[in-house]
Design a protein around this ligand. Sequence first.
Ligand SMILES: [Zn+2]
Length: 189
Amino acid sequence: MARLLLKMPLAKINCVVFSDSVIHDMMISVKKHPRLETGGVYLGYRQNQTVYVIQSVDGGFKAVHQKAYFEYDQTYVQHCCDRLRDAYLEPIEPLGTWHRHPGSMDQFSNTDHVTNRAYAELCNKSAIGVLVNIDPKIRLSVYSVQPRSNKGVVYNKIPYLIGNDYIPPIYFKKKSLHVLMSNIENQEA
Ligand SMILES: [Zn+2]
């Protein structure tokens, strides 16, 4: 279960590609909170119907980690997302969220439905939702979260890949340091 509201951009999603570091970050977070829910936010790019997850943000200092409940520290998450967005050559955008679920529960809870519906109401756009289970092997369930105009959201389980080699190199490019320093100098002038 998770509560979070962030602005989400649009389009149907058929496949997700995770960078190595994003999966690494997720596992660090899961390890840090044994037998408790934890989670984070994804940022990256959309190309056609594929989503490339380049970065992730953890739940934050004030996140709530319980056995069957997780709540993001929204102020922290928003702050980190803003910083990361500014760092890349092409601004990265929020793509969705992940969180760990207890046992083998690989479907979204009622709380999750509320959160996802709120996304839909706020943005009328699509996102990805990822659940992590350990039963006993680590298992990822990756869903596209598609809003419906009447009410609620529709989930579709979609395939995913892990590895930087599957991601266009341009998506890893940060702003040039030279340009950044010139901008700062101009700002001060
Ligand atoms: Zn959940």
